[in-house]
Design a protein around this ligand. Structure first.
Ligand SMILES: C[S@@+](CC[C@H](N)C(=O)[O-])C[C@H]1O[C@@H](n2cnc3c(N)ncnc32)[C@H](O)[C@@H]1O
Length: 155
């Protein structure tokens, strides 16, 4: 049996969404006025711009310098940076107390399997310890819908 020290005591909630409509639908529910938000995979910053009015600060990031250049042109009032989402150390180096993270990466070096997605989520949950990570991943949403934590003694 695992000891208490061996168990990962996650405080982060994971919200799996399918498609961009669901991903954006979460904003008024999950983003609050005092939040500092990181979006990983912002492309041209469309969702970053939707998040911005709901929070204290948001940084939109993407692995593609071309996307970031365009995001900056389209939303000159918002903060965008180039970031490979798998480089959690670089995300930490922003020095911001991110308490909500939005993840929507695909294409170039995006996650290819459910296992990649879960690894990425666990990495951010462990290192940045946000309250919630909202991820666009139909595979994760399907998997989560079929998970039931067993509670001993419950009948
Ligand atoms: C579907 S688009 C994001 C759309 C955007 N979130 C929105 O709502 O408008 C996926 C983006 O993920 C980016 N991406 C792929 N791999 C990445 C990685 N490892 N780190 C950060 N961004 C990545 C791509 O460059 C692309 O712009």
């Amino acid at each position: 049996m695992a000891s208490k020290n061996q168990l990962f005591e996650a405080k982060t909630e994971f919200i799996g969404t399918r498609g961009v409509r669901e991903y954006r639908e979460t904003i008024p529910v999950w983003v609050n006025a005092g939040d500092v938000v990181l979006e990983i995979g912002c492309e041209w910053g469309t969702t970053t711009a939707l998040i911005a009015p709901h929070c204290k600060k948001v940084i939109g990031t993407d692995i593609s310098p071309k996307c970031i250049e365009r995001a900056r042109e389209m939303h000159p009032d918002l903060h965008f940076e180039v970031l490979d989402g798998f480089d959690v150390k670089a995300a930490l180096d922003f020095g911001e107390p991110f308490n909500k993270i939005y993840i929507d990466i695909s294409g170039l070096s995006g996650y290819r399997s459910l296992l990649d997605t879960i690894s990425l989520l666990m990495m951010y949950a462990t290192v940045l310890q946000p309250e919630a990570i909202i991820v666009k991943s139909g595979a994760l949403k399907r998997f989560a819908a079929h998970c039931t934590p067993w509670r001993s003694g419950a009948s």
